[in-house]
Write a protein that binds this ligand. Structure first.
Ligand code: RIB
Length: 309
């Protein structure tokens, strides 16, 4: 869509080492996996790819190592319609790594080595302030240094760029950062970390959303797994169900949702339509294995939605 707004994603890049198992090992236990795969991932890169493949005009601010993996990832990101001029190879660093177990239910546990992602410093972010200022929206996660996320949010807010935060992985955040955020997209665990409310049903989600509104955030979208999302704007919320599909692997489902949501919002789709578009993208992603290999292209999302009638 030609008159869509510009997106900047700031975040992490990882090489995901994924092992499929029947069940997660317990402490002290060794289990043999059934499939091993190395695929490109990282919450920032996954969200950038989801935005790029679903049709956004997008630039990515991130760091790789000065290694072969970094070079390959950069090439892949370019082929996913992403402007990679602000993806820097950091000398002496290795590209970030994620070690991921996936069980028979498609659930995952993840351990991260930040590597070059830790080099996305305030200084590097400051060098990109023009790019942030010129964008319509800035999408970030929490696999980058927190002071850099805060600095980018400040540049964005000072220049009228919408600040969108996917607060993953879960951690507590200062009110100073939350006050700069326009749209926040936590899952249940992340919402609990930010608000202290254990999110188990719609009432809990509404309560958590109100607390986040109270911190100055206009739009709160709490993702609830197979139950869809709780979407709350200026204090008025409702649950928006997703699509029922057979999940084989939920890696990057949330990332795909976030990237596709931004594409739709920057095309000026109303929130309800944007959520439906993002739900469709995530539904396709969970039927496929891996992070970026599972992220759908625009045509696949449009075809999926057309089939829903
Ligand atoms: O959200 C999924 C991502 O989390 C994986 O791709 C992994 O790299 C970790 O960052």
């Amino acid at each position: 869509m030609n008159n869509a707004g510009n997106l900047v994603v700031l975040g992490s890049i990882n090489a995901d080492h994924i092992l499929n198992l029947d069940a997660f090992p317990r402490p002290g236990e060794t289990v043999t996996g059934s499939q091993y795969q190395v695929a490109f991932g990282g919450k920032g890169a996954n969200q950038a790819v989801a935005a790029g493949r679903s049709g956004a005009k997008i630039a990515f601010i991130a760091c790789t190592g000065d290694d072969d993996t970094g070079k390959q990832i950069r090439k892949q990101l370019e082929s996913d319609n992403i402007d990679v001029a602000s993806v820097n190879a950091v000398s002496g660093e290795s590209t970030g790594v994620a070690l991921i177990f996936v069980n028979a239910e498609g659930e995952n546990v993840i351990g991260i080595h930040a590597g070059a992602n830790a080099a996305l410093t305030v200084e590097r972010v400051t060098m990109q302030q023009q790019r942030i200022a010129q964008a319509d929206a800035l999408l970030m996660q929490l696999e980058s240094p927190l002071d850099s996320v805060l600095a980018a949010a400040k540049f964005a807010q000072q220049n009228g760029t919408q600040v969108v935060l996917n607060p993953a992985p879960a951690r507590e955040l200062a009110d100073e950062l939350l006050a700069l955020v326009d749209i926040i997209t936590p899952n249940e665990t992340e919402a609990e970390k930010l608000t202290g409310v254990k999110v188990e049903n719609d009432d809990d989600a509404a309560k958590a959303a109100q607390i986040l509104h109270g911190k100055g955030i206009d739009t709160v979208i709490i993702t609830l797994g197979s139950r869809g999302v709780w979407a709350s704007q200026q204090g008025k919320g409702e649950r928006v169900p997703g699509f029922k599909v057979q999940a084989v692997d939920t890696i990057a489902a949330g990332d795909t949702f976030n990237g596709a949501l931004m594409t739709a919002l920057l095309e000026k789709k109303p929130l309800a339509d944007a959520l439906r578009f993002a739900h469709a993208a995530a539904a396709i992603a969970v039927t496929r294995k891996g992070a970026q290999p599972s992220v759908p292209w625009r045509k696949e999302i449009d075809d999926f939605l057309a089939q829903q009638g």
